[in-house]
Design a protein around this ligand. Structure first.
Ligand SMILES: Nc1ncnc2c1ncn2[C@@H]1O[C@H](COP(=O)(O)OP(=O)(O)OP(=O)(O)O)[C@@H](O)[C@H]1O
Length: 746
């Protein structure tokens, strides 16, 4: 009951003060009511002050030429915070948008990445609520929506810095946080919400009495992303619950001009401010952008070589799926490149995601990421390199990814690996005013990694699963791309790619089976067979002799990348690309190694035609006989049972691997205990307790896991309970299979 009264009171108060407030325009000495001062007794107007409402064109033009925050009619609290944070001179987008935003107009703001768009909407939000004398009991006054959690957290940090002298309450509402109940209790007390669309909608749907009917300013950061189809449903639902009378601010480096998109937001006579539209380039001027043609099967070699030759750089690597990120990160980590590696993707727990983000801000390292890190993130301005291993889905995505470096006044570099079949991307970049240098790598610095990966996959069976998943998801990501001019999964050298990940055999790709069957010409056919003399030069982009110019920077000596032809920027012809010499399949050179330590039951068996057979298939073959397989019904039954057996065998393999890991951990624990026991021995000669512990540990090590549990999650069960959970030993498994086959045979 207190709230309506309070709003009513404020309304009356506003009416009575309107003239004065309008004149003062809250630009100095204004104390909000909750600071303890009497709101009715505003300080007198300073003489000759630049007074006047900001919502008339006269006043707008008065401030349009201002270049420093100090010159703007902002509240003292905002000004103080800006000055303390060393924000003195405004950037182009701030200078262009602030006068309009402070007048209460709707804005569509577009400016290059790293050009200060965040302050261009945080300041108007603070000023609007400040002028409205917004207090805790007024509830939600502004909602700022960001497409990703990390970006939302970053915006929250900026808000805390610039709004530190104000008395507003603000909340960060993002998915993946467990304290949603606590949020529900407090969300109505918050004045500024910074949120991701999903979490905001969750509160709108679930939080009792969640009220944003008084909201004044709605901000969409990375507006084109939030308005695109991925967030369509959420955004429509959100908009339907917001008051129509509001100010709406949309910002992005790649702004949408789609009438349909904008219509959904019911903008009122918006100002379209694209401050860099006339600029020669659509990317930051201090950004050096390189494109290299890298065949799919050599991407990891190239990435590995890049990392090894840029150990002093902070590098952000983009891959197209979580599973690729996981695989490349885990595999490279095991190979110890000599620089810390990190990974970031949407499947990680939120706390971990935030921790990785902060760590990467602080330390020189290589961060492998999906597009969760593509937009808005400002890693302390210090990313040296952005490496796009997989081609972005479109030019906008390219611009945002490279925009993680060369922010504000810093410089930066980026490199994009393009497949020969993705050459059309160059045309699109050129059309979008993205200046790229076409480079070829220095082959003497290349360090192939595929054979190392193959060994890794033998040593760590779980890595094989990761590699398979990475393989499939990459192909799927290409398959589902909309832009078929660039992405064509049928042009990919699938077997070679599989081998380059270290996989012994190409995994089955169900979604492509039909297509692949009908594919009679592989991509190899479009590649020209190299002449003998060229056979080793697998990374030559063209056989044409080009004058090569070294890329001049502090890392020139070690630089893997070589500028092929500066005059050739973005103008590589497809005919040249077709001359790329195909790589020899890595596995051909690899010596066959037999791993005697491989766990029982995991040996790969091949049939006469070279196809892999599951462990039990061989037994089936010897036990069954061909006649039985000729009968269709029996055959179907046989296959069904065989499938069940294979599932069991697969579970068994997983179980063994988990057990192996667990035993390894226990051994380590024992070692550690033994170390401690040695120390203890000096005081306690009997040492019996230590022995008991070891014994206990031994007993404990005989555990079975429920193989249906999620990856990484284990449900331990005791030996007695194992049959009830489906845990069986390998011997039992094989005996069962034999029994089954015998019974079928008889
Ligand atoms: N007026 C200013 N003076 C000094 N530094 C500024 C100013 N405005 C912004 N910056 C700094 O510039 C960097 C980039 O700003 P911001 O993150 O707002 O860019 P952006 O345009 O939103 O980029 P993106 O398009 O990638 O989201 C930040 O580190 C920010 O602190």
């Amino acid at each position: 009951m207190r709230r309506p009264k309070s709003r009513e009171f404020r309304k009356q108060q506003r009416v009575s003060e309107e003239e004065e407030i309008n004149l003062l325009n809250s630009w100095i000495q204004f104390q909000p009511p909750d600071s303890g001062s009497n709101p009715m007794s505003l300080p007198p107007l300073p003489k000759n002050s630049p007074v006047g409402r900001l919502d008339d064109d006269d006043t707008y033009s008065r401030y349009a030429g201002a270049s420093r925050f100090e010159q703007f009619p902002l509240s003292k609290k905002t000004k103080d915070a800006l000055r303390e944070s060393k924000f003195v001179v405004m950037t182009d987008i701030q200078r262009a948008s602030l006068p309009h935003a402070l007048c209460g107009r709707d804005i569509l703001g577009a400016a290059k990445t790293g050009s200060g768009k965040t302050l261009a909407f945080i300041i108007p939000v603070l000023e609007k609520l400040h002028r409205e004398r917004w207090g805790p009991e007024d509830g939600v006054g502004s909602i700022i929506i960001s497409p990703t959690r990390e970006l939302a957290a970053q915006l929250f940090d900026v808000l805390k810095v610039v709004g530190k002298h104000h008395n507003f309450s603000a909340g960060l509402l993002i998915g993946g946080r467990k304290d949603v109940d606590m949020e529900k209790e407090r969300v109505n007390e918050l004045n500024i919400l910074i949120c991701t669309p999903g979490r905001l909608l969750q509160h709108m749907d679930e939080t009792p009495n969640f009220d944003c009917s008084q909201m004044q300013v709605l901000v969409l950061d990375e507006a084109d992303r939030i308005l695109d189809s991925g967030f369509k449903k959420e955004l429509n639902a959100i908009i339907s619950q917001l008051p129509k009378r509001r100010q709406t601010l949309l910002f992005s480096a790649t702004q949408t001009k789609s009438i349909q998109d904008l219509a959904r937001l019911s903008l009122k006579d918006p100002e379209y401010l694209s401050v860099h539209e006339e600029s020669v380039t659509s990317t930051p001027t201090l950004l050096k952008q390189i494109v290299m043609i890298v065949p799919l099967e050599q991407k990891l070699d190239m990435l590995w070589s890049f990392i090894k030759t840029h150990l002093q750089s902070k590098t952000l690597v983009f891959l197209s799926s979580c599973k690729q990120v996981k695989f490349v990160f885990e595999a490279f980590k095991k190979l110890h490149p000599g620089i810390p590696l990190k990974c970031l993707h949407g499947r990680m727990k939120q706390e971990r995601r935030m921790a990785i983000y902060s760590e990467f801000c602080e330390k020189r390292s290589v961060l492998f990421s999906t597009d969760v890190a593509a937009r808005g993130l400002d890693f302390n301005k210090a990313v040296d390199w952005v490496v796009q291993v997989d081609c972005p889905e479109n030019v906008a995505s390219y611009i945002h990814r490279v925009g993680r470096t060369a922010r504000y006044k810093s410089d930066g570099k980026s490199v994009l690996f393009l497949l020969p079949s993705e050459i059309q991307m160059l045309e699109k970049l050129k059309a979008a005013k993205v200046p790229v240098h076409f480079n070829k790598p220095r082959k003497e610095l290349l360090q192939p990694v595929s054979s190392l990966l193959a060994s890794l996959l033998v040593k760590y069976p779980d890595m094989q699963h990761r590699a398979q998943r990475a393989f499939i998801t990459y192909l799927r990501s290409i398959h589902i791309q909309k832009d078929k001019d660039i992405f064509d999964v049928m042009k990919l050298p699938i077997d070679e790619y599989s081998a380059s990940l270290g996989l012994p055999m190409t995994p089955k790709i169900r979604f492509l089976n039909q297509k692949i069957k009908s594919k009679d010409v592989s991509t190899k056919s479009i590649l020209v067979e190299p002449e003998d003399s060229d056979k080793e030069t697998i990374f030559e982009v063209s056989r044409k002799k080009l004058d090569t110019v070294a890329f001049k920077d502090e890392e020139t000596e070690n630089d893997l990348l070589q500028l092929a032809d500066t005059a050739n920027e973005g103008e590589v012809k497809s005919s040249e690309i077709e001359e790329i010499i195909p790589a020899t399949r890595v596995l051909k050179k690899k010596k066959l190694k037999i791993n005697v330590h491989r766990p029982l039951g995991t040996r790969v068996v091949f049939d006469d035609e070279g196809h892999t057979l599951p462990p039990l298939a061989r037994i089936a073959d010897t036990q069954s006989g061909k006649e039985m397989l000729l009968d269709p019904e029996q055959k179907a039954e046989y296959y069904r049972r065989m499938r069940d057996d294979l599932k069991k065998a697969d579970k068994e393999d997983k179980l063994i691997e988990r057990q192996r890991l667990r035993e390894k951990r226990i051994k380590q624990k024992m070692k550690w205990k033994a170390g401690n026991a040695e120390e203890d021995d000096q005081d306690d000669i009997s040492g019996s307790e230590g022995d008991e512990t070891v014994d206990r540990l031994h007993k404990k090590s005989k555990v079975y896991f429920d193989s249906d549990s999620d990856e990484g999650e284990r449900n331990e069960v005791t030996g007695n309970a194992r049959t009830s959970t489906g845990g069986v030993t390998l011997e039992e498994q094989e005996a069962l299979a034999l029994k089954l086959l015998n019974s079928m045979h008889s």
